[in-house]
Design a protein around this ligand. Structure first.
Ligand code: SF4
Ligand code: SF4
Length: 419
């Protein structure tokens, strides 16, 4: 695609990167059928090709309006279009640049601005989330119905075969060691996921130590165009993770695929920071989603688990960040099968569930429509449990089904407890 960038962005790092991405798009439209918002709204401007065109206009200095901002806001950043694109267009990167430039030129209404500010100031802070949820639980009877409906749903019990005591973090006893980034909301909303990961890794001979001084991966602020805030969170995490790698940890493991994708990008995000670039690049190179870390140990896991006295049918929802950002496909299904679980078929598995970070809060209607169709696809095979790989998707799916929803590693940890 031919472009003539405006003088204000020409020659800047953003301008150079955006121009290269714009030039790689050949306008073929192969990405359109995979785009959830295009499927729902049928408007070219809510498709990847249409948004690329809007961002081209923006970068060429044409007027930007609230309409442009709306079409960019409606994008889930699911990156299904990147998987479908034959030209390798880095749509997600272009969108980050496009959103930042748009938000700098188009002021949001005060209520929207406040909503985004509060999301950034609460969600990345574990103790603030914990306090807020406790307060909401106490005040629940006094809250209006629409607020009560949006509170996180409690976990539905697992089938009897998998009901065990919550996993405990095993003591470090193996020569192989990894450091775990715990995340921000996950330790409050689903506190068993990280101990479950440590339990399963222990079974295959890997000890896990938490990076206690780390916090939010930075994705939330980054995707809300608060890049300086995100970079401060990333630098704090680099400082927290680095001593563990120096002390011999072989990898940084993350149990939320969205956070894994973010940490895997630290090297690029800090490439121009002379104090952090080298450490951030090393951390990114050593970052693994728990599925990527366990994949080579599937056979060892199969041998280490006790016999399964029955079977449990599981539908796996592959988060967009797992399949489109990290390019991990079929790995979790293989690990669950190694654990003795029966996988049910899920149609349209590449389609987003509508969670997409803060999308379910900021675009509730589109998000709700996507949730409904995702749950229908997951439930079609009559599973007993729905499994996923990302805390955002997990909490979102819980809002749309009566089935238990868990991180897949929790199911394997429950199998470990069957000894
Ligand atoms: S993003 Fe890729 S698939 Fe979509 S129109 Fe451009 S080149 Fe074609
Ligand atoms: S990231 Fe997802 S929602 Fe956004 S344009 Fe691409 S396919 Fe559509």
């Amino acid at each position: 695609m031919q472009t003539a960038l405006a003088d204000s962005v020409k020659g800047t790092p953003h301008g150079r990167e955006a121009e290269a991405i714009l030039r790689s798009c050949v306008h073929c439209g192969f990405c359109l059928p995979t785009c959830p918002t295009y499927q729902l709204l049928g408007d070219e401007l809510d498709s990847p090709r249409g948004r690329i065109y809007l961002m081209k206009q923006l970068l060429e200095g044409e007027p930007v309006t609230a309409r442009t901002q709306l079409h960019l806001d409606r994008c889930l950043t699911c990156r299904a279009c990147e998987t479908a694109c034959p030209s390798g267009v880095q749509y997600g990167r272009l969108l980050d640049i496009g959103r930042e430039l748009t938000d700098a030129r188009v002021a949001r209404p005060p209520a929207e601005h406040l909503q985004r500010y509060l999301l950034r100031k609460v969600l990345p802070h574990t103790e603030r989330v914990r306090w807020l949820l406790q307060a909401a639980r106490i005040a629940r009877p006094l809250l209006p119905g629409w607020v009560r409906q949006r509170l996180p749903r409690p976990a539905v019990p697992l089938p009897a075969l998998l009901r065990t005591t919550p996993p405990k973090w095993p003591a470090a006893r193996h020569a192989r060691r990894v450091v775990l980034l715990a995340g921000c909301v996950q330790p409050v909303l689903a506190a068993d996921i990280n101990p479950a990961a440590a339990t399963v890794l222990d079974r295959v001979g890997i000890s896990t130590v938490p990076a206690r001084a780390a916090g939010c991966c930075g994705a939330l602020s980054h995707h809300l165009s608060a890049h300086a805030e995100a970079l401060a969170q990333i630098r704090r995490n680099v400082d927290a993770l680095w001593p563990h790698l120096e002390a011999g940890a072989e990898a940084v493991v993350v149990t939320a695929s969205a956070c894994t994708a973010m940490v895997a990008d630290y090297g690029r995000l800090l490439q121009h920071d002379p104090h952090y670039a080298a450490r951030a690049a090393r951390i990114s190179a050593l970052t693994r989603d728990i599925s990527q870390l366990l994949a080579p140990s599937a056979q060892a896991l199969r041998s280490a688990l006790p016999p399964f006295a029955g079977s449990v049918r599981v539908a796996f929802q592959a988060p967009c960040t797992l399949q489109h950002a990290l390019k991990v496909s079929g790995v979790v299904e293989g690990l669950l099968a190694a654990g003795g679980f029966t996988l049910t078929a899920v149609d349209d598995g590449q389609r987003c569930c509508g969670s997409a970070g803060t999308y379910s809060v900021l675009q509730p209607q589109l998000s709700g429509q996507l949730l409904k169709s995702k749950v229908a696809a997951l439930e079609a095979g009559a599973p007993e449990v729905i499994a996923t790989a990302n805390i955002g998707c997990l909490m979102h799916l819980r809002g749309g089904t009566a089935l238990p929803v868990r991180h897949w590693v929790e199911l394997l940890a429950a199998r470990c407890a069957g000894d």
